[in-house]
Design a protein around this ligand. Structure first.
Ligand code: CA
Length: 238
């Protein structure tokens, strides 16, 4: 795999050009295609270090492109999206996006994100479960949640949750400290300790997807409280 080749999948040439220019200036080798099918072929042929993938493509949706990419590669993907409802789908579908950028965006900021993700990826595949500092007991229980750390599993209302790694670690941290307000920085420290440049909105996005999974089990449940400007907590008694 080329550690410099970045695949840009974008059907609007002006946007693709601005990204390619910004990448080239930073020493990357941009490769641009306009269609999803071309993207899948290029991903196989070029083995790029990262894919910048527009969600709205003329032939197949970027979300489907990502799903098909995941059948043969773990290449990091940054989505480009013009619509906030697409963000919900990107986050909700768990199709393995590493980040997303909302149009209009600054190509320089996008390139900075590319660097962060590549640095993270270059630090070696993440261990299965990073040690959480200030480790709490291996099992914890609140009225609604049961944490089975040995199984890396959390039950909500008696039902096992199907969580991604970061969702699990995030919820685990909240369940271990019921009623405590944890700032985004604290959550990043504890949950994303192997990904030091996590953004506040990464935390927010994972809280959002967690809430959706909890609602899928209990429509009325909203045990994760938002404290504006402060952080999140598990509702006391939840
Ligand atoms: Ca488009």
């Amino acid at each position: 795999m080329s550690d410099k080749t970045i695949l840009i999948v974008e059907d609007e040439p002006a946007i693709a050009d601005s990204i390619a220019f910004a990448l080239g200036k930073e020493g990357f080798i941009p490769h641009h295609v306009m269609l999803g099918e071309q993207a899948l072929a290029a991903a196989r042929d070029l083995a790029p270090a990262l894919v910048i993938l527009d969600v709205g493509l003329p032939d197949i949706s970027g979300l489907d492109v990502c799903r098909r990419l995941r059948q043969f590669t773990e290449v990091p993907v940054i989505f480009l999206t013009a619509r906030s409802d697409e963000i919900d789908r990107i986050v909700g579908l768990e199709i393995g996006a590493d980040d997303y950028v909302t149009k209009p965006f600054s190509p320089r900021e996008l390139v900075a994100r590319v660097r962060v993700i590549l640095r993270r990826a270059g630090n070696g595949a993440a261990p299965a479960a990073p040690a959480v500092p200030h480790a709490a007991p291996a099992a914890a229980r609140t009225p609604a949640f049961e944490l089975r750390a040995a199984e890396a599993r959390i039950l909500f209302a008696g039902q096992p949750l199907d969580l991604t790694r970061y969702e699990y670690l995030l919820l685990k941290t909240l369940v271990e400290h019921p009623g405590h307000v944890l700032s985004r920085a604290q959550l990043m420290d504890r949950v994303w300790c192997d990904a030091p440049e996590t953004l506040d909105r990464t935390v927010d996005a994972h809280v959002k997807s967690l809430r959706a999974k909890l609602r899928a089990i209990d429509d009325n449940a909203d045990p994760i409280q938002t404290h504006r400007g402060m952080g999140y907590s598990l509702q006391p008694g939840a």
